[in-house]
Design a protein around this ligand. Structure first.
Ligand code: 0A1
Ligand code: ZN
Length: 850
């Protein structure tokens, strides 16, 4: 790596470009190893910042360049092409170039690449520069016209189709866009077609394009798309703005999906679905991702980002919107609990370690490393808080103003907050710290009771994070309700707005001392430290009217039980076991909710909790005690499990909230039953399964009990032709392996004929599962660390983006004992010392070791 490539760039250094783009004409002559790209671009000099014409370009073979039809002097480097200002003349500039690229050799899956004989593109964040010379920055927006020449039958690009003939097609996108939203697809594809009429009466053609054979897996995605279009009209007043909306499924894709204007490209795992091959979790995820990409049409595409530091402007808002949509389509409480589980598992973990960064980072080396849980999920939490602080009505007014004021622009977080300030008259300067301060605030609360008045004393503190030692108090919306001693709610949810380091709030005129329910609906992304005893937690678990807090109390009881078992061998108390039993048998509660209450904190969560309490986590001890608690709970519930299992059986598979809730409770019960019936129920369920949720769920139960061998063989035989189902087969046996076998199983799977380093889904199936198997990855032998490091080094040569993302498996290395720390640090150092390491991986390793 040379020095300039690893130099950070800074938000504070933003400057407008020397030239804007008006229109872009591209012609692609597609060929696997020698695609020609001809460009004709009209540039308009920027009077605010005159200078040379600066174009990005990487891995391009330049064939010709002309300005206004003439030869000009220019300089080409590894990263771009510059034409000196003096050679540009006055006024608008017509720039023309021809380059050659080799999509077949593109294993990084950025720019134009091939997947199973099909051409496709991925340009966010900076992939367009691998297609042609261009000012590849989001504030430069142009109107694109694209001609594709190829013998392949389906040729797609952004916008509306204009003309086509034998071996060619042309597309025109009337909406100016940055290059990261450019897309092209060419392949032998079939479509699942439908139409949608917008509320103003405009007819839109909808297509999901897939490889032949996958057409029966598109119906669910299409329904999700139509629901998303309706929802965005109803809730945000946003209509679709082209004649056609295309989605394409691609097998080789680094991320989940991409919101290219009018031509969304999806990882096939995030769009293809059928009851036989997809689990309830897959269906839910697909619905959410289709919505997410569709919603980007307004939040991201019509209003885009000025620069990549503003990534959360589009991602935080779009995640917030897709979360609201999913809640409306399914169950808000269940969705909220799932969001918090994911936030704690990924974002809190990130915020607590060497990769912590603000929702709006201030510098980066490689932007691809900042598509993180902090930017996305914490970014969405910040929007939820903003809405709580200003109220629903002001929120929607501010959004209307945002769309009116910034449509067609590349905006900033300052622009975003200003629409809220202008709508509400509030000063949001302190609130803005949520965008600039990294780390998860710790919120502590104490309470006093005095003659009918309950006072809550809050204090907040955010721990130091890399390059941020001083932290200021944040604006924290704290939702509180009060429950009377008889279990009735005496004060409904109110929002307390905390702005100081320490602040108290008093509720007066109360009859008897109530129990406070604090941080309802998880109103802020903070860690709440509150010392209440187990009976009080059990009381709230039984009586809280807020489903999130009700669940949270069960979770806290489980967590404290586990910590006490691990730290001093205290056995689980009846308070916890009885409280769980009461929830599980309560038929008035949603089965999905009951299943969530049955879930135990992950081993990774417990490790972090032990660190927070001053202990060094022992992964094996965490694993053993967690299993022991599963066994004790199973004994405590044994008499009710068989009947509960049977009663949650569903009829014909419908991937809706109701069916999925029942199946999740049924499978949670099955994994307990498997501990006491020798695997009989799980084997029977596996053999009889007519849907993947039940099949994979019963296989999981068997694997967790180390009884899955026969089922694994049968599963492979049944599904070896289906790549997405086989990803599950690869992943599950690593994810649920016992600690001493995990690395060995992963290693053996890399020798399987269907394992390939070139498909990100397959690589993630094995190595994501290895990193996610806490006790297996952290096994004292160090085999898990060594195996992952070896494969990350190999993958980095092919696909730096995916390799670098997966390196975050090591981000928690400082939590553990000196021996494990030494081993992990040594693996990181080994990766870091690799010759020719990518910029992506270099940055990740440097930050983790820093
Ligand atoms: N913008 C897409 C996800 C995405 C992000 C980065 C990528 O490459 C670096 C690719 C896709 C979304 O939010 O869905
Ligand atoms: Zn997004």
């Amino acid at each position: 790596m040379n020095d300039t490539a690893t130099q950070p760039i800074f938000l504070k250094d933003y400057q407008e470009p020397h030239h804007w783009v008006r229109d872009v004409h591209l012609t692609f002559l597609l060929a696997p190893t020698a695609t020609r790209v001809r460009s004709r671009i009209t540039f308009v000099p920027n009077p605010q910042n005159p200078g040379d014409l600066e174009l990005n370009g990487e891995d391009l073979r330049l064939l010709s360049v002309a300005v206004n039809g003439n030869d000009v002097p220019y300089e080409v480097t590894d990263t771009g092409l510059t034409i000196p200002a003096h050679a540009l003349g006055e006024g608008d500039i017509t720039f023309e170039a021809e380059v050659e690229i080799a999509p077949q050799e593109n294993t990084a899956l950025e720019g134009l690449y091939m997947s199973n004989g099909m051409y496709c593109t991925q340009c966010e964040a900076e992939g367009f520069r691998k297609i042609t010379y261009y000012p590849d920055r989001p504030d430069v927006m142009g109107v694109f016209t694209v001609r594709i020449e190829s013998d392949l039958p389906v040729l797609l690009s952004n916008g509306n189709p204009t003309q086509k003939g034998a071996g060619w097609a042309e597309w025109h996108d009337p909406w100016p866009k940055p290059a990261y939203l450019f897309a092209l697809v060419a392949g032998d594809l079939v479509n699942h077609a439908d139409t949608f009429t917008t509320k103003s009466g405009k007819a839109v053609d909808l297509n999901i394009w897939v490889r032949p054979g996958d057409e029966d897996k598109c119906a669910f995605g299409m329904e999700a798309l139509k629901k998303s279009m309706t929802w965005d009209e109803d809730v945000y007043g946003r209509e679709y703005d082209l004649d056609i909306f295309n989605i394409v499924a691609v097998d080789d894709f680094n991320m989940g999906a991409m919101e290219n204007k009018g031509l969304n490209i999806f990882n096939s795992s995030c769009v293809l679905a059928s009851p036989e091959t997809s689990t309830d979790a897959n269906f839910e995820r697909i619905e959410g991702i289709i919505a997410h990409e569709y919603f980007h049409n307004w939040t991201g595409n019509r209003i885009t980002c000025r620069d990549w530091f503003q990534l959360c402007l589009k991602e935080g808002l779009t995640v917030y919107r897709d979360q609201m949509f999913s809640g409306d389509m399914r169950s808000h409480p269940v969705k909220r609990i799932e969001e918090v589980l994911a936030l704690r598992a990924r974002q809190f973990r990130e915020d607590n370690g060497p990769l912590a960064h603000p929702v709006r980072p201030e510098s980066f080396v490689e932007i691809n490393n900042f598509y993180t849980a902090t930017v996305y999920e914490k970014g969405a939490e910040v929007i939820g808080m903003l809405r709580r602080v200003v109220g629903d009505e002001a929120y929607y007014k501010a959004l209307d103003l945002y769309f009116d004021r910034h449509d067609g622009e590349a905006a900033t977080i300052e622009d975003w907050l200003k629409v809220f300030e202008d709508t509400t008259g509030r000063d949001l300067a302190q609130f803005k710290q949520w965008y600039s301060q990294s780390g998860t605030p710790r919120l502590s609360v104490e309470e006093t009771w005095d003659d009918g008045a309950l006072t809550l004393f809050f204090s907040q503190e955010t721990p130091a994070t890399p390059s941020q030692t001083e932290k200021k108090p944040q604006v924290i919306p704290i939702t509180v309700g009060l429950i009377g001693p008889n279990g009735d709610e005496v004060v409904p949810t109110t929002v307390l707005e905390m702005t100081e380091a320490e602040q108290s709030f008093t509720f007066e005129n109360l009859g008897a001392r109530p129990v406070a329910s604090i941080l309802r609906d998880f109103s802020a992304p903070v860690i709440l430290n509150r010392h209440i005893d187990a009976p009080t937690r059990a009381f709230l678990l039984a009586h809280d009217t807020d489903p999130f807090q009700k669940w949270e109390m069960g979770r806290m009881l489980a967590r404290d039980t586990l910590v006490a078992m691990i730290v001093d061998g205290t056995p689980p108390a009846a308070t916890y076991l009885d409280a769980i039993r009461d929830v599980v048998v309560d038929d008035d509660l949603d089965p999905a909710f009951r299943a969530l209450v049955l879930g135990l904190p992950s081993e990774d969560d417990i490790a972090q909790k032990l660190v927070d309490e001053g202990h060094t986590p022992d992964p094996q001890a965490i694993h053993d005690n967690r299993n022991e608690l599963r066994r004790i709970r199973t004994d405590h519930l044994a008499d009710i499990l068989p009947a509960l299992f049977d009663s949650m059986k569903t009829g014909a598979f419908v991937p809706d909230a109701e069916g999925s809730g029942k199946r999740s409770l049924r499978l949670a019960v099955l994994s307990m039953l498997t501990l006491i019936d020798g695997g009989a129920a799980a084997r029977a369920a596996f053999a009889a399964a007519d849907n993947m949720t039940e099949q994979a769920g019963s296989l999981r139960s068997l694997l967790l009990a180390d009884m899955g061998q026969d089922a694994l063989v049968a599963f492979e035989k049944q599904w070896k032709h289906d790549r997405l189902v086989m990803d599950k087969w690869f992943g599950m046996q690593v994810a649920y392996a016992s600690p001493e076998k995990t690395a060995q199983i992963a290693q053996t799977l890399t020798q399987h004929p269907d394992f390939t380093m070139k498909n990100p889904n397959r690589f993630r199936a094995v190595f994501g599962a290895l990193a996610g198997n806490h006790a297996g990855f952290h096994h004292e032998s160090g085999a898990g660390y060594a195996l992952l490091a070896k494969h990350l080094i190999e993958l980095d040569k092919l696909n730096p983006q995916t390799a670098a993302r997966m390196a975050s498996a090591f981000e928690t290395w400082r939590r553990y004992d000196p021996t494990r720390q030494d081993k992990m640090r040594a693996e990181l150092a080994r990766i870091g010392a690799t010759k020719g390491l990518s910029r992506d991986m270099t940055e990740m390793v440097t930050r983790m070791l820093g």
